[in-house]
Design a protein around this ligand. Sequence first.
Ligand code: URA
Length: 236
Amino acid sequence: MRLDKMISECGIASRSEVAKAARAGKITVDGAPVRHADVKVDPECQTVVYCGTPVVWRRFVWLMLNKPDGYISATEDGRGDPVVTDLLPAEYRKMGVFPCGRLDKHTLGLMLLTNDGTLSHRLLAPKSHVTKSYGFRVKFPLSQEDVASLEAGVDIGGYVTKPCQVTLTDEKEGIIAITEGKYHQIKLMMEAVHNQIVFLERLTFGPLSLDPALARGEWRELTEAEILQLTEAGRS
Ligand code: URA
């Protein structure tokens, strides 16, 4: 691949910065300075040093964010509202990281971000049946009949939701686990039983749980083991 593509995909510098650094003799490939940003390199086996810093090649990155209130699940154009990628260092934005699935503006909790479009697509595909669980609070008490309706599937504007699991921890609070991800799904499911979401927080996504060490707005990279677990979940 091209040297400028490799370095910019690692989030270290833009392509134009790479071109400038190359002209100034500040980039080496296997110890030899290169003067042109368009030379071909093999990131798997060649050593690239940019302005004295070795470039560690990573094609894909996965992050877990504890989404705070008020952020839009997008990479740009929140129409006046902040977007989730505003919470990340520029390095990740330059790597092309985007949210793997959406959470509503006022939904909190576990959000995954990545630049791995293929695995992200697999995890979100309906046939993968990846379970997502959410802690919720509603405005009015939920009856056992409401819970049974939600679990069996309710009509949310012409679509009947798939069976899911609802565990109440209080008459207005609980955890709901769904295997699909329709737009505003839980909000609309609660409306279908004449109720209203007042608090919603994603707790799990497939095999991963929200890291309790992350405060709202904080993020961390997934470990290799967690990425492997996600890869497995995307296979099913
Ligand atoms: N369901 C919703 O209604 N909102 C979310 O953010 C996620 C699931």
